[in-house]
Design a protein around this ligand. Sequence first.
Ligand SMILES: C[S@@+](CC[C@H](N)C(=O)[O-])C[C@H]1O[C@@H](n2cnc3c(N)ncnc32)[C@H](O)[C@@H]1O
Length: 264
Amino acid sequence: MEIQLNTIYTEDCRSGLKKIPDNFVDLIVTDPPYGIKFGKNEGLYNRPKGGILQGYVEVPDYQYEQFSIDWITECFRVLKDHGSIYIVSGDRNLEFILKALRSAGFKVLNHLVWQYQFGVHTKKKFVTSHNLILFAVKNPKSYRFNRYCRFDQFTKTVHGKSANYKDRESVWYVSKEKWIKKITTPTKLPLKLVEKMIQYSSHAGDVILDPFLGSGQTAIAGKGLGLNYLAFEKNPVFSSFAKYRLSQDRYLVGLEEGKLLNLK
Ligand SMILES: C[S@@+](CC[C@H](N)C(=O)[O-])C[C@H]1O[C@@H](n2cnc3c(N)ncnc32)[C@H](O)[C@@H]1O
């Protein structure tokens, strides 16, 4: 089967990635399962009740190391020489992702911190209110990095500092989006976060890949910024949701009598 651009494939990315030719993709932005057991909290995971789509596919802890090697090795193969990869990760299985990146041949350039507005409540330890984003490239001598894509060298912040420097600091504060009364998936990334990675590391017309698409954010952000997307999502409920959002060009979706519908 020939792989089609601007398509979401409902399948395990480990088999799906094998169908992509070598050196085909310019950028990978992804957020793999973290190896956390949601249990009965799948529908909540720090989100309001209702409207949370079910069927999130997790990876058992004991498989996480091999799982990471499998998909990250394939990502290295399908990336073009100038390509970059951003991987969002919790701290639980970070070591396996880092190991897999290095053994595949990637050069890790930054550990970015995505800080958000709340954490999961704890009593006897600090509250985690961030995720890590590993930024890595295939060829450290030649890769896309659009230094002035968001702020030129003259623009200042309200504190009189360079806005460009501030934007390129390794801690990114981006709020999680509120989806009350709307349909969502349990771990959707904010659009602004995904857009920032794309802006710094791609050109219009590039191909962006997300092997773990979830709600569709990477494809939506990529399409909005003039890129071609390619994505895999194993859960048919999430992939239908993502396809619906893309086909309708609607960011917000509701549910009535079991049917998805557009919201303003
Ligand atoms: C952390 S979520 C991604 C969330 C996504 N970034 C978003 O903004 O909605 C990980 C996703 O990977 C999917 N998944 C898990 N294992 C998979 C596999 N082997 N192949 C493809 N998708 C998989 C899960 O169902 C889940 O939707």
